[in-house]
Design a protein around this ligand. Structure first.
Ligand SMILES: Nc1ncnc2c1ncn2[C@@H]1O[C@H](COP(=O)(O)OP(=O)(O)O)[C@@H](O)[C@H]1O
Ligand SMILES: [Mg+2]
Length: 286
């Protein structure tokens, strides 16, 4: 069942700049006049070399980081801080080790019960939601386990379920599968695509893995470092029904090569390789 369009956030970054002050050095310009639109219900992926400002951009959107100039507009309102309309999933699972899987997922709702004195029917509705999420994540059998009894992939599924619990309109994911092995990542890719289709939530997803970006995204935004900026935006032409075999097709590999090339060109990695080649040539002459 698809959620109504109301539950999807729209984002506008308008010439957003951000720098970090450094002691005894000039300030580091991490985002230089970044403009970006995320459409309601879009699955947008940011890629780029380490240090190009991906996490900073995501943290600004989450309201966890300030910015120096420009505007960040979420559903018509400027972003001034965190809110329940947004949820974030990080690379490290950050579950509460003393709570079971079920209670980790319900945790924020239970806090609200204490604070707002929600009625028992609210609590029942919440347990319906958490059961549905457990089942969606294939975790029903593990509802009473503790985090240390789970594999990395299972822990990250709990973290995603917890993020979805309050029906966020915007799901922010910062390299969420970065610590998982290749097979588990493939499973997670299909799972998060399924979740996106089912819930309709707008997703902004950060990764440095170009294959992951192309398999997941409706669009892939390539960022470049020093200063952090948007280099190019690729509309992914594969439709929304995707299967793992897609990754071996000529079109997929062509786009992957094109994006990798942009990342190398803009990040100075090419120069490093040229230097290595020069060094090895010098070595062979001696
Ligand atoms: N709180 C901070 N204080 C100072 N510098 C920071 C801070 N956070 C990030 N940076 C710097 O800003 C740049 C961009 O960081 P980040 O957004 O984490 O990049 P990415 O996620 O693309 O790897 C990096 O050079 C990083 O060292
Ligand atoms: Mg990062």
């Amino acid at each position: 069942m698809k959620m109504p369009a109301m539950s999807q956030s729209e984002v506008h970054f308008e010439t957003v700049s951000k720098s970090f002050k450094r002691r005894n050095e000039s300030a580091l310009l991490v985002l230089d006049q970044v403009s970006l639109h995320v459409a309601p219900g879009e699955f947008l992926v940011l890629v780029g070399a380490s240090g190009c400002g991906k996490s900073t951009l995501l943290r600004i959107l989450a309201g966890l980081e300030t910015y120096d100039s420009g505007r960040v507009i979420l559903d018509g309102q400027p972003v001034h801080g965190p809110g329940a309309d947004r949820a974030m999933v990080f690379q490290h699972y950050s579950l509460y080790p003393w709570l079971t899987v079920k209670d980790n997922i319900r945790f924020s709702r239970q806090l609200r019960v204490v604070r707002d004195q929600l009625t028992s029917s609210d609590v029942e509705a919440a347990s319906g939601r958490s059961d549905a999420l457990l089942s969606l994540m294939g975790l029903s059998h593990a509802a009473d386990y503790y985090p240390n009894q789970l594999s990395g992939g299972m822990q990250q599924r709990v973290a995603i379920a917890r993020a979805l619990m309050n029906r966020p309109k915007l799901l922010l994911m910062d390299e969420p599968f970065g610590a998982l092995d290749a097979q588990t990542r493939e499973v997670m890719h299909d799972l998060i695509r399924h979740v996106h289709q089912l819930e309709g939530t707008t997703i902004v997803f950060v990764t440095h893995d170009v294959e992951e970006a192309l398999y997941l995204g409706d669009r892939v935004v390539v960022m470049a470092p020093r200063p952090g900026r948007i280099d190019s935006v690729v509309s992914v032409p594969f439709g929304r029904q995707r299967e793992q075999d897609l990754k071996a097709t000529v079109d997929f590999l062509g786009l992957k090569r094109q994006i990798l090339h942009r990342i190398r060109e803009t990040s100075g990695m090419k120069t490093n390789r040229d230097m290595l080649e020069q060094l090895s040539q010098q070595g062979s002459q001696n």
